[in-house]
Design a protein around this ligand. Structure first.
Ligand code: SAM
Length: 283
């Protein structure tokens, strides 16, 4: 029987956010595959967990995969963790998980903290649908192109961002989407200097431009509210006449006023509509 790969979420700042199940699994597995073993050793020491660690990061995931898969197929249980939050979410891990599925090794998620969901849950923006963009490109032209591609996006857009790039990203959002666009910046979630900034992009530029931006950040861009489709004169005229609640003259006057068109022109159109409809009627 193969062992199980546990994908274990760890805190994104506040150590109280680790779950009881995560602690048990981290204690019970044969080995913990971690992005940065020195970083994770501190977390494990805090909870008195002595399970051996093995590194598994972006640059060695491929070769580690064979070794970890071998151990799993030999029946060992392994936990996968990242530096913070949920592994495989803008973090290494999905290749190992996919290899496990391919080899018939059970994969069990141990859910917990994730910056993405923590930020969304406290942002006060629509979450019924959202688009996670991960990190926007670091290069200015690619970043602008990515933002341009998101123009008109009807879902809330969530991005991770590095503090040294925040101002450049806000400036790009202002250039592409306008400085009046609302947004939320979630900074240092679950930590001492936690901040949830809500305002326009222009206000964010002023707020974060006042000093050095520090800490970890999530950007939340609320959906673009689509402008109401323009009601065209002929449709409104046809519908109002068909409703039959007003005499033709009153309908003409109302529609002419709504669209700023001369009454005799609207009257002529109303007669045309009547003619078209009569022609369409069966004899
Ligand atoms: N897998 C992680 C997760 O589930 O949250 C995300 C890993 S990603 C490499 C790290 C990015 O997550 C940071 O650069 C930042 O954008 C965001 N992040 C992590 N911790 C955060 C926190 N406490 N507050 C705000 N953003 C955070």
């Amino acid at each position: 029987m193969p062992g199980t790969l546990y994908v274990v979420a760890t805190p994104i700042g506040n150590l109280e956010d680790i779950t009881a199940r995560a602690l048990r699994v981290l204690r019970e597995v044969a080995v913990i595959a971690a992005e940065d073993t020195r970083h994770s050793r501190k977390l494990l020491n805090h909870f008195g967990i002595r399970t051996p660690l093995i590194s598994c990061h972006e640059h060695n995931e491929q070769q580690r995969q064979e070794l970890l898969l071998g151990r799993l197929l030999a029946g060992e249980a392994i936990a996968l963790i990242s530096d913070a939050g949920t592994p495989a979410i803008a973090d290494p891990g999905y290749r190992l998980v996919r290899a496990c599925h391919g080899a018939g090794v059970p994969v069990v998620p141990i859910p917990g903290a994730s910056a993405l969901l923590a930020a969304l849950s406290a942002a006060g923006e629509p979450t019924d649908r959202f688009l996670f963009e991960g990190f926007l490109p670091a290069r200015a032209t690619a970043r602008e192109a990515a933002l341009r591609a998101l123009c008109g996006e009807p879902r809330t857009v969530v991005c991770y961002e590095a503090p040294h790039r925040l101002m450049a990203t806000l400036a790009a959002v202002a250039a592409v989407w306008g400085a009046d666009r609302p947004l939320v910046v979630a900074r240092e979630l679950t930590k001492l200097h936690e901040e949830l900034f809500r305002g326009t992009v222009g206000e964010a530029l002023a707020h974060f431009g006042a000093g050095k931006v520090r800490g970890e950040l999530v950007l939340i861009l609320p959906p673009c509210v689509a402008a109401a489709p323009e009601r065209d004169l002929l449709t409104v005229l046809r519908e109002t006449l068909a409703a039959g609640t007003l005499p033709r003259k009153a309908v003409v006057k109302q529609v002419a006023k709504e669209f700023g068109v001369a009454s005799d022109e609207v009257y002529r159109l109303s007669l045309e509509i009547g003619r078209d409809e009569n022609e369409g009627r069966p004899a």
